[in-house]
Ligand binder design. Structure first.
Ligand code: BG6
Length: 369
């Protein structure tokens, strides 16, 4: 069933272009998005929503963090992201004007299921983003947006993650259309960016050999840090989680701006740091700030591995390695930037001869609270 791949994870990483394309299919028409499943919720209700809470665990929660930026930008509805197991014990403010979106690959994660049930009891509307047809969480929700990533076998999530981000973006564009918060041109541009992702993912996958070599050189590394800003921040967290899960290496992700408020004390000569560098294009770009973060850690001896847009020359003098991703609008970069981090974790685990599909102590779906 691995179809010639050394592991399910390798196969699932390679299936990401398809996972995104299949998740978009049938939901984008003529430059705007209609998610048919959302018709289960009255448009009037979608218009009345005043707040969105995304609940999820692990990798799915990072997809939620990425989704927050897009949904807020396009709809101006405030979005918060909560870990499912923290959510309902915090006495959250809920009611009919709150939409709770759960994100779960399996649709069976008990923490997330309990969060959804609680939200419903408290009168909130619920939408499930799920990869498993007919699973418990979508059945317990008012509407379900299925990610069509296909079955994910490896415990560590990869193709489901990019499909979850895609589904949240589709949700954001659907809501923006219903609420009239994004111009026709703005919607069309976003749809075109999303539709271009599968081909760009294919390009990123073409660079996997370079990442593999890097991982093999770094097989003895004991600690790796990950930095990102804005949509790159959850990608830094995901890069760190993947490395913990698969290679059992101490890894931490930080918001790059937070560095000077503490984590920079960790930097000593030789410390590997992955930096998710935003595109230098665009007036609002955080690129100069991230480049200055890179300079700060480089000056303290960090070994910098930059994930940067093709053609971004500003990172070259300060990075030990540069992994390239194709040009995309900054909001869509996470879908591309995560790939080298997935490959890195998988290859480093392989270099250590670990089981990448079944890491120790982990289960694909955790059905206890
Ligand atoms: C963890 C898995 O236990 O559950 C992660 O190891 C996953 O890979 C998380 O992201 C959430 O699972 P699900 O099925 O709710 O997306």
């Amino acid at each position: 069933e691995k179809g010639g791949w050394p592991s399910f994870m390798a196969k699932e990483i390679a299936e990401q272009p398809e996972a995104v394309a299949n998740t978009i299919r049938g939901r984008a028409h003529d430059g705007s998005v209609v998610v048919p499943e959302l018709e289960a919720i009255d448009d009037a209700l979608l218009t009345d929503i005043r707040r969105i809470v995304i609940v999820a665990c692990g990798t799915a929660s990072y997809a939620g963090m990425v989704g927050k930026y897009a949904i807020e930008r396009w709809t101006r509805v405030p979005v918060e992201v909560a870990l499912s197991h923290e959510f309902r014990y915090g006495d959250p403010v809920l009611g009919p004007d709150v939409l709770v979106i759960s994100v779960s690959q399996s649709g069976e994660t008990m923490d997330t299921l309990m969060a959804v049930k609680y939200a419903r009891e408290m009168g909130a509307r619920t939408v499930s983003v799920c990869n498993t047809q007919g699973a418990t969480i979508p059945r317990e929700s008012d509407a379900a947006i299925y990610t069509h990533a296909g079955p994910e076998v490896a415990v560590a999530s990869t193709k489901a993650f990019v499909a979850q981000i895609t589904a949240l973006y589709l949700f954001g564009l659907h809501l923006a259309r219903v609420r009239g918060t994004l111009s026709t041109g703005g919607q069309a541009e976003a749809v075109a960016e999303l539709q271009a992702i599968p081909e760009k993912l294919q390009e990123v996958l073409g660079e996997a050999e370079k990442v593999r070599q890097l991982a093999h050189w770094m097989a003895d590394t004991r600690s790796v840090l990950f930095l990102g800003r804005n949509v790159g921040y959850p990608i830094a967290l995901e890069g760190a989680l993947k490395l913990k899960e698969l290679a059992y290496i101490h890894a931490e992700g930080f918001a790059a701006g937070e560095l000077k408020h503490g984590p920079i004390a960790l930097i000593e000569p030789g410390q590997p740091v992955f930096v998710v560098v935003p595109s230098p294009r665009g007036a609002e770009s955080l690129h100069p700030k991230v480049v200055s973060n890179i300079q700060e850690i480089r000056a303290r001896g960090a070994r910098v591995i930059a994930i940067a847009e093709a053609g971004d020359a500003a990172v070259l003098p300060f990075a030990d390695e540069v992994l390239r991703i194709p040009l995309a609008d900054s909001l869509f970069e996470p879908l591309l930037a995560v790939v080298p981090l997935q490959v890195f974790a998988m290859e480093l685990a392989s270099a250590k001869e670990l089981d990448v599909d079944q890491p120790r102590n982990l289960a694909k779906s955790v059905t206890v609270e």
